[in-house]
Design a protein around this ligand. Sequence first.
Ligand SMILES: Cc1ncc(COP(=O)(O)O)c(C=O)c1O
Length: 388
Amino acid sequence: MTPSSSSLQSTSLIIPGELKPADGRFGCGPSKVRPEALARLATDGAAVMGTSHRQKPVKSLVGEIRSGLRELFALPDGYEVALGNGGATAFWDAAAFGLVRRRALHLAFGEFSKKFATVTTGAPFLDEPIVIPAGPGDAPDPVDVGPEAAEGGVDLLAWAHNETSTGVMVPVVRPAGAGDALVAIDATSGAGGLPVDISHADAYYFAPQKSFAGDGGLWIAILSPAAQERIAQMHASGRWIPEFLSLHTALENSRKDQTYNTPAVATLFLLAEEIRWMLDGGGLDWCVARTRASSEHLYGWAQQTAYTTPFVADPAKRSLVVGTIDFSEAVDAAAVAQTLRANGIVDVEPYRKLGRNQLRIGMFPAVDPADIQALTACVDWIVERSTS
Ligand SMILES: Cc1ncc(COP(=O)(O)O)c(C=O)c1O
């Protein structure tokens, strides 16, 4: 059957209630916000919404986020949690100004890891970066890049813990032989859902709308002593750095439990709430156990099902938090996604620029592994009725 005939048939299907997941949000950012957290925003959050971010109630929230992340990631001595407005995209600009001394090296294996490379390529005060690419669904190995970085005078190594566009994860390992190059990890979708030993990273940065089940607009960066020293050096270097993008300014404010300019208070509240939920549940290991349970089911199902295959060929690179599943030609994944959406099960469409016959599924800690099982059952139910 052709994709168009399958789409005509499937969009009118009504999935039986007992098959459906309890929560139908499977997006990769913004991702599911737990209803309990939203309920608390309307009750406890009401006391802080609409109050000054320079006063104790909001500053206490920021303090709780900073200490909660310190505990969640078991930060070594001297590491700091900084935060600022503008999301992970703003952090790329801030890092180009305040973390890269002269030259960066990027592992570029999808939309987001390429975007940071584009920033340092365009920065007129930096040398052309070294960019090590990989095709969609794959990633270069960071372990190998140390000697090339040292030879090329690189002072910052960058890659994504999880490439959200393709569902590829890459471990956070400090490559040997890279001199004093800082390791800057885009953990926007990986942080909180993937295992990490933070001592291998100098800047581990993310935004709250993925694994932290919050809302966007904020960046958070866990900074090693070496990263803080580099920030101080760049601040003193005479390079012009816009105040909004100054990591020096962000760090000074973060140490006082505040942001340089006005934050979205609800974003802070939801982030603090989710960190508390993660810690109460058992910390990072517990979060990873949930994403592992979800992803083992998803990839197992995709391997056993006749019309699906995991997009990422190497099982070790298949993300625990973002699952990308290719569909055979006989099944139109876009039509399946449309039917799911019509039934309240949303945001499983693939990353728009990837252009594949694929579903992409967010399996962040807040997503119940039982809901991933329900989702695959719903997909099977739709496909059985669309292709017969
Ligand atoms: C890996 C990764 N990096 C960076 C970003 C950009 O984040 P933000 O929208 O918070 O700027 C995203 C957003 O999807 C992402 O997935």
